[in-house]
Design a protein around this ligand. Sequence first.
Ligand code: UDP
Length: 335
Amino acid sequence: MQILVTGAAGYIGSHVVKQLLEQTDYEIIIIDNLSTGFQNTIDTLKKLDSTNKRIKFYNQDLSQWEKVEEIFKENDIKEIIHFAAFSQVAESMTNPIKYYSNNTINTTNLVKVASDYGVEKFIFSSTAAVYGDVTSENIPIKEDLAKDPINPYGSSKLFSESIIKDVASINANFKYVILRYFNVAGADIDGKVGENHDPETHLIPLVVKTALGKRDSIKIFGDDYDTEDGTCIRDYIHVCDLADAHIQALKYLETNPSDIFNCGYGYGYSVKEVVEAVKKVSNIDFKVDIEKRRIGDPAVLISDNTKIKTKMNWTPKYNDLELICKTALEWEKRI
Ligand code: UDP
């Protein structure tokens, strides 16, 4: 059986492909334009394939619709996990069209081709950014909370969610699971794949780079939020637990209808707590600067993960901030 994974040269996609190789028999069709992912990640994944024939890689931009359709003609794709997207909140504020073009328009096309070619399962990587700046009485966030994104990144994903739902409503054969990720962090426990963004903007990789002397200091964006220590609070989920949610979602759709799930651990840590955790696991002290707030940042994002834990067979294994920071640190030493 064939599965298409878009964006598999990137951070989360590569961890999912590794688990698909280890835990399933799928032949894995990868589409990635290597704009933010890396050829050496594809090479690593191919090396992890002991049969040497389970991965077929297309270096292809999703905006070239006819070429994407050719890939569907050449293969027999019935399942898709769609990661390919831009994911930097700050960049989306200054270049919204880049986000709507890639994240929304290209997803629209992919969903159209998928529906036309008889795809039965579509797993979509969405984000907690669809909820926007959530008031404290709505924390932890449930899936049915009103969606009110405060940045184009979140909006671009929310539009995609609507498109997927609308197509499913007219095509009973097309089922979806939308996974709304909270803050994904850490690296593969075996150290084969990890996080590598250029430029890096996410907190945990930046803090571990600082611990390793690759940066002079870590800047904390705002310590005047209405939180206990004044810094923003996020629900950090280990990338291996998140990858497992995708595997479980494929199984879930065999016997269940389409649905939407938060992916997080249901509790949050402040930016200062993350900095302290990295200092502890690395045993290295480093410079921390307090800067002004970054635009587009909500104060607190914490998931209510009751739904994914009860409806899907998802049991987190790595819900430990120090373990997340340690795996990120070990990966950072390798790159
Ligand atoms: N953050 C920070 N310094 C950095 C990067 C991020 O203080 O160099 C903060 C950011 O303001 C947010 C949290 O860390 O409150 C997580 O940010 P990240 O970019 O990792 O993920 P986001 O929540 O924006 O998706």
